[in-house]
Each structure stands twice: as structure tokens, then as C-alpha cells.
Design a protein around this ligand. Structure first.
Ligand code: ADP
Ligand code: MG
Length: 266
């Protein structure tokens, strides 16, 4: 392979391209990002690492359309879907078509399942109510997804009857049933007991192997190293280091900032 650290091979289709992204919260003194750019090829996994407060969640939320941007562009499949405007700082979901919204699936640190619905009900709710898909077809797909995350036998359990790791796997199914082009995972194992981390990460590895394009924020460095096609280190509102060779990033970081960051996990 002749691929160099920062450039995408010409035959690689780009799923997501972020250009000169600027983000400012209305009540803050400084920009979270002052112009960051990167791209994610189709079927690849970009892992975003960085210290707490560096803007990892904000980055995922702007891409998912949960927060407006104040500069730069976000393009999906070569089509610009959002252009930042200065002054456009009011927090909250940006206007996107229903079709565009479902292109992004997001899973957060804390599983926000509906407590009074069972597993199947949680997974099928959006496709039934929002997409108006047929019930038997949606339930069949939900059961297939549950099979994929090794939870086929818990379809009728309520969230409180599940472990944290099981709930996160349900949350993954709930995102996947909308067939997102890009799955955004924000520290999805951070709130889990250590013994449950593995069962969730294993599912994410299976998704990567199946060709799901993903942006993953994680503090699990061995997982990051195993799953990343590309890595970005975010710090102080900038991309301090980037690599399309994850192994290289974790074993031979080029910048002092990256060395420092990785050492904090030793
Ligand atoms: P990370 O996920 O890397 O810990 P965040 O994206 O949560 O970082 O936060 C980046 C910066 O933006 C922090 O300084 C944080 O305090 C600030 N921030 C995050 N969310 C908001 C918000 N809703 N309003 C104002 N400031 C915020
Ligand atoms: Mg965060």
C-alpha cells in the first residue's frame, strides 16, 4: 500500500468530509474548534481521542446535527449538507430532512432507553412512528439485530432487567435499525462496569468488520488501536496529530502532545 499518513487513495470513496469546522457555544469565551478538517472513507473507522473537554462530544454532535456550526462545511457522500454561519449559536438540533437525519446514528455514554418499553419496543419505535414502516417487517429486522448483538433472548425484557452492557447493545440496535450511513459512538463504554466493556466493544468490532462507517470517541486505548483505520488526537480545539496508520500512532506518536496523552494511560 502506498497510502501516506494523511491522504486518501484516489479510489477510496469519502463518506464524510469535514472542512474548516468552527464551533462556538453562545455562552463561552473561546471557540471549541477554530477550523478543523478531516475525512472518513466509506466503510472505515475514525477514532477520535483526546483529553476531557477537548471537544470530542461536540464534534460528534455537530456532525449528527444536534448542534449548529459557526463556520466550515460538513459533506456527506460528496454533498455539502451543512454550512456554518457566524452568529448561528443557539444550541439545539439543526434543520435537516428526515432522510438526512437517519444517515447519522448516534449512541451516547448513558443509555437513554425508554424505561416502560421492552427491548423490542425501544428498537422498533422510531422506524414505526417516524418512518412508518410495517410492524412485522420492522420487528423481524429488530430480532435479527438483537441476534447480531447476542441478545436474541432478551427481546421482551424491560431496560431495568438488563445489565449496562446489554442496554448499550440495545442502544446500538436502536441506531442500526435506521440504517445509518455513519454511526457515531461517544464513549459508549465509559459508564459500564469493567466486566461489561468487552461485550459491547466486541459488537463494535463486528460492525467494523461488516463495513459500517464509524466515528468513535473512546478512552479504551487498546480497543482504539485494534479498531481504528484512522486516528485523530483532539486537544485545545485543534487536531494535534492525525494518522491513517493507527498502529503507528499508538506505538510511534510524532508529537509531544500525543506522547503525553498516550503516556497518561500507562
Ligand atoms: P469532550 O467530549 O472532549 O470532553 P466536550 O465536547 O464535551 O468535550 O466539551 C468541549 C468544550 O465545550 C468544553 O470546554 C465544554 O465545557 C464546552 N461545552 C460542551 N457542551 C457545552 C454546551 N452545551 N454549552 C456550552 N459549553 C459547552
Ligand atoms: Mg465527551
Amino acid at each position: 500500500m502506498t497510502e501516506t499518513t494523511e491522504h486518501t487513495r484516489r479510489d477510496e470513496a469519502i463518506a464524510l468530509k469535514v472542512t474548516d469546522l468552527k464551533k462556538h457555544y453562545a455562552d463561552a469565551d473561546t471557540n471549541v474548534f477554530d477550523g478543523i478538517s478531516f475525512e472518513v472513507p466509506k466503510g472505515k473507522v475514525l477514532v477520535i481521542v483526546g483529553p476531557s473537554g477537548s471537544g470530542k462530544s461536540t464534534l460528534l454532535r455537530t456532525i449528527a446535527g444536534l448542534e449548529p456550526i459557526q463556520g466550515g462545511t460538513i459533506a456527506l457522500d460528496g454533498r455539502v449538507i451543512e454550512t456554518g454561519r457566524p452568529g448561528n449559536e443557539k444550541s439545539g438540533r439543526v434543520k435537516r430532512s428526515e432522510e438526512l437525519r437517519t444517515k447519522f446514528g448516534m449512541v451516547f455514554q448513558s443509555y437513554d432507553l425508554f424505561p416502560n418499553k421492552d427491548v423490542l419496543g425501544n428498537i422498533t419505535m422510531a422506524p414505526l412512528l417516524v418512518q412508518k414502516r410495517k410492524k412485522d417487517e420492522v420487528e423481524r429486522e429488530a430480532l435479527e439485530l438483537l441476534e447480531r448483538v447476542h441478545l436474541a433472548d432478551r427481546a421482551h425484557a424491560k431496560p431495568h432487567e438488563l445489565s449496562g452492557g446489554q442496554r448499550q447493545r440495545v442502544a446500538i440496535c436502536r441506531a442500526l435499525i435506521l440504517h445509518p450511513e455513519i454511526l457515531l459512538l461517544d464513549e459508549i463504554t465509559a459508564a459500564l462496569d469493567p466486566e461489561m466493556v468487552h461485550e459491547v466493544l466486541e459488537v463494535v468490532v463486528e460492525l467494523a468488520d461488516a463495513g459500517q462507517t464509524m466515528l468513535i470517541v473512546t478512552h479504551e486505548m487498546s480497543f482504539a488501536r485494534a479498531i481504528a483505520d484512522r486516528v485523530i488526537l483532539l486537544a485545545d480545539g485543534r487536531i494535534e496529530e492525525r494518522s491513517s496508520d493507527a498502529e503507528e500512532f499508538f506505538t510511534h506518536p510524532k508529537t509531544e502532545r500525543a506522547r503525553e496523552f498516550l503516556h497518561s494511560f500507562d
